[in-house]
Write a protein that binds this ligand. Sequence first.
Ligand code: FE
Ligand code: FE
Ligand code: ZN
Length: 277
Amino acid sequence: MLTIGCHLSSTKGFLHMGREATSIGANTFQFFTRNPRGGKAKALDPADIQAYQEYAKAHEFPVILAHAPYTLNACAKEGRTREFAWETMADDIQRMEQIPGQMYNFHPGSHVGQGVDAAVELIAQCLDQAMSEDMTTTVLLETMAGKGTEVGSRFEELRAIIDRVKYPEHMGVCLDTCHVYDAGYDIVDHLDEVLEEFDRIVGLERLKAIHLNDSKNPFESHKDRHEKIGAGSLGLNTFLQITNHPKLRHLPFFLETPNELPGYAEEIALLRINYKE
Ligand code: FE
Ligand code: FE
Ligand code: ZN
């Protein structure tokens, strides 16, 4: 069974997201832990969480994916911005611990001229302050497009962060198809080679989730503009190869394509029909 969902709005709570996911043929979903532009998060409602967990069990939802605000920059130059990043991350992780065993994805950030090595150190410091030995949430680094001074567009940079943190056993990677293609990994014509490279540098056992997005831009353009599945430079066949790939087919897939719910339902149906059980 293909595990697939899309990004949903979290404003109406977890049970609502679960039902919404079911209504579009999904069996997982991604959501922002708070307003993506930052700001204070609402306290989670224990009754909603309990209701969601029962719903998830009854509908056989595997893991779900929380996404940190994309404005968070753990390797910013300003101490205040970095402090905000670790406070947000620590708070998000603590809230996720109320639904044990899920995943939390974040963008490593932009080094704004400080260089990759300094950024890796700052990101690791942030993670060390926000994570704990006994946590049940897995923290994922997202592969980035390499826009501006973004960190995490090379597999080596992700590996360097994981190598440097105190609790690497709680860390993984979320591969974004639009981002890696933008970053210069040719998953259209050389998917196997890219996966071999990922395995050699990071280790495929670290790959925990996939963001399925087509791209509005050509290969290696470092732009990060998502497109609907099959309507961009990656093309439908690339997505069918990814969801059916022996090394990837068991992973949870999340659409972040420019769609409303009916568009997501169509993409999910298309990928399900073409999934070889
Ligand atoms: Fe993201
Ligand atoms: Fe993404
Ligand atoms: Zn993106």
